[in-house]
Design a protein around this ligand. Structure first.
Ligand SMILES: [Zn+2]
Length: 76
């Protein structure tokens, strides 16, 4: 994948967490699962043995990381 900012080839990797990885609308930090909040996007549900992970492309020049998501969010 080419970086949309500088056209550099991005490095594919993963973002991992022992917890759910989700995007929530707004900048307020909240507790609880993202599914409790309207308009949230769950990028990866968590598994008690392996945690959660989502594919991400990294541009080291721009210091940008891009995550794509789908309706079924486990390492798509
Ligand atoms: Zn870039």
């Amino acid at each position: 994948m080419k970086c949309p900012y500088c056209s550099n080839e991005m490095e594919l990797g993963i973002i991992q967490s022992p917890h759910e990885i989700a995007w929530k609308k707004g900048l307020e930090r909240t507790k609880g699962r993202a599914s409790s909040y309207d308009d949230s996007v769950i990028l990866s549900g968590t598994d008690m043995f392996s945690g959660s992970a989502v594919k991400a492309s990294n541009c080291r020049i721009c210091k940008k990381i891009i995550i794509s998501y789908t309706a079924s969010p486990d390492l798509n």
